[in-house]
Write a protein that binds this ligand. Structure first.
Ligand code: SER
Length: 640
């Protein structure tokens, strides 16, 4: 059965049972600040699930375009896509568990003829702490349903620990059998709705079990274990609760939200064990084979990433509220999808300069009869793809070159290769090289030298720190735009001025301890800390750090005098001042001296401002050091 027939059958099945067919809402949500994209059928219907009357009545059926950015990294197995079509049927305070579970089973088994023996279900175990009981009602209904097909249906708890135990109905906790836009119950903000759910799984067969050589090797197999044998094909959510101050209150109406992934159901219907082999993807995959001259079977994940990402980008740009690639919000995600696809294209050695439009054209042709907006907006899609591909080509070349430079200066064990987040930010900031790609490159290097990719935790940490850097940077540019930006200082408050003076002391101390090759390479000062980059290729030892701190603190303690003079650049050089010897300072430059004029501690060309007396700077302390690129170290320091 083709996917078109599946779509039609689903809509018709529920239409015959009193449901009105409603069109898919936009992928770009309206009046919903909780998320950038429509990621489920439920999102556009929230007001109606909460009680507002829907113009089409209380029974609805639809196929909703959905996009989940959080699945970007998951693409490349047999079942995850970022964009997908969610087949949904809805009871807005009308029918409930009994009708829903019976109908959906009937649809799967009678209408599209899945083998009922291959179907397994899960239900909510209950949780006393949040006052929600075990979903015994659903268990009772499921038992009756399976009985009609002469299938023994034992309900089993703790399959996570004990495996299948000949069960058919399995209890799980709220991480598996609870649905809300914000996930598990404790994450739901006040006013958010949700409820327990019951999922249906399809058994792809023992041979799809990947236990033998995987992370699942030592775990018992069960329907939710993720080893590949079972795939979730549908979820009936019983949206009956609303989060209040401390508890969950019953909603005035009990709703049903069923969602079934069209891609996954197509897959099992078409006898495949991989969604990318279904009719939804086959032409796209063929096109990538043509372009690369390679076979899908030999390069599965790269093909899957390209097919998924370009399909998603085509749909997002092809939406009537089309979004173009940019650096913010939805546009950032589109950019990331396109750029990631292009990068995987390079991995496949696709030779053409511009090729992604060709893939997108196949997608538009395949889908336009169901989603006419793709055809209508095809010019917009094509133009943006072309612009983005040209732009990214340039970016990639430069970024990879810089990355290799950083790698060549890496001093540690290559198996454990990593870069400081500030390097990644710099690659992004200066060369537009996306942080995700930096992480992928880091992992490639590690694997190449016999290591393993960085852990998920570390990756998450990287991404969070990266976001922080972006925020910090944005704040700084805002300050700069406000015209307050002077000589690397975020502002001219007393504390930043003190830290600025401390930078001069630091540079002098670095040169005393490490040698005169040390030059300032950049600085950034906020009211909390100073950040200082300088030329030096080795990591500082703890002793060196201590010595530097002592030298600076001694200068502070001795309250060395600080003075400035204006002189020509020539004279400044003659006097041994350090600093940027460029004419941008004009004829005369300002030279700050700390210590005696002829026996100085520090002498720098600098625009200021500085403190009048260094004796009350406080206690100087280095809190962090890292590499900041080829032959450049970075330290962060504070004044306590
Ligand atoms: N809202 C549920 C889900 O997205 C069912 O539609 O899984």
């Amino acid at each position: 059965m083709g996917s078109k027939e599946l779509r039609n059958k689903f809509l018709k099945f529920f239409e015959e049972r009193g449901h009105k067919i409603i069109p898919s809402a936009s992928l770009i949500p309206e009046n919903d600040s909780t998320t950038l994209f429509t990621g489920s059928g439920m999102q556009p219907l929230v007001p109606y699930l909460m009680g507002e009357p829907h113009s089409q009545g209380k029974r609805l059926v639809d196929i909703q375009k959905s996009f989940r950015a959080e699945d970007i990294e998951e693409v490349g197995d047999n079942r995850h896509t970022t964009f997908f079509e969610m087949m949904g049927n809805w009871s807005l305070g009308d029918y409930f568990k009994k009708e829903q579970l019976n109908w959906i089973f009937e649809f799967l088994v009678k209408e599209i003829q899945l083998d009922p023996k291959r179907l397994y279900v899960s239900v909510f175990r209950g949780n006393k702490e949040i006052g929600i009981e075990k979903d015994s009602k659903s268990v009772e209904i499921w038992k009756d349903i399976f009985k009609n097909y002469n299938i023994e249906a034992n309900d089993i708890d703790f399959a996570e620990k004990n495996g299948m135990q000949d069960g058919r109905i399995f209890y799980y906790d709220e991480t598996k059998n609870w649905w809300s836009r914000s996930g598990i119950p404790v994450n739901m903000p006040i006013g958010e709705i949700g409820g327990p759910d019951s999922e249906i799984f399809y058994d792809l067969g023992e041979d799809l079990k990947r236990h033998e050589n995987s992370e699942y090797k030592d775990q018992p197999c069960h329907i939710n274990c993720g080893c590949g044998r079972f795939i979730e094909i549908g979820n009936s959510v019983f949206i009956e609760f609303i989060r209040s101050e401390k508890r969950f209150d019953p909603l005035p109406q009990k709703n049903v939200d069923f969602g079934g992934g069209l891609e996954r159901i197509s897959m099992v219907l078409q006898g495949k064990n991989n969604i990318f082999e279904t009719d939804l993807f086959i032409n796209i995959i063929k096109k990538i084979e043509d372009l690369s001259g390679l076979k899908y079977a030999d390069n599965m994940s790269a093909f899957e990433v390209i097919a998924d990402h370009l399909r998603a980008a085509t749909f997002i740009m092809g939406d009537d509220k089309g979004v173009m690639p940019s650096n913010i919000d939805q546009g950032y995600i589109v950019r990331r999808l396109i750029r990631r696809a292009i990068r995987y294209g390079r991995q496949l050695d696709i030779k053409k300069d511009l090729w992604i439009q060709e893939v997108s054209q196949v997608i538009i042709d395949d889908y336009k009869s169901v989603y006419p907006e793709l055809f209508k907006n095809s010019k917009f899609i094509m133009n943006n793809l072309e612009k983005e591909e040209i732009k990214f080509g340039k970016t990639l070349e430069k970024g990879l070159k810089e990355f290799e430079k950083l790698f060549s200066h890496y001093k540690g064990d290559f198996k454990e290769f990593y870069l400081e987040v500030e390097n990644l930010f710099n690659l992004y900031q200066t060369y537009g090289f996306p942080v995700e790609l930096s992480i992928e490159e880091i992992n490639k290097k590690r694997i190449q030298y016999g290591g393993v990719p960085i852990s998920k935790d570390m990756e998450e940490n990287f991404l969070n720190l990266f976001q922080e850097e972006i925020k910090k940077h944005q704040e700084l540019s805002r300050t700069a735009a406000a015209g307050k930006f002077k000589g690397g200082l975020a502002d001219t408050s007393e504390q930043t001025t003190k830290l600025h003076t401390a930078c001069h002391l630091l540079l002098a101390a670095l040169r005393k301890v490490l040698g005169n090759h040390v030059e300032q390479k950049g600085s950034n000062i906020t009211a909390e800390r100073l950040r200082f980059d300088f030329s030096h290729s080795e990591k500082l030892t703890n002793e060196q750090i201590k010595e530097i701190e002592e030298i600076v603190n001694k200068a502070i303690k001795n309250n060395l005098p600080i003075t400035f003079e204006e002189m020509s650049l020539e004279d400044a050089k003659k006097q041994g001042a350090s600093g940027v010897f460029e004419s941008k300072y004009g004829e005369k430059v300002k030279v700050y001296t700390i210590g005696e004029k002829d026996n100085f501690f520090s002498k720098e060309i600098c625009g200021g401002p500085h403190v009048k007396s260094i004796g009350n700077l406080g206690y100087f302390k280095i809190i962090k050091q890292e590499s900041s690129g080829a032959g450049i170290r970075r330290v962060k320091a504070i004044l306590e």
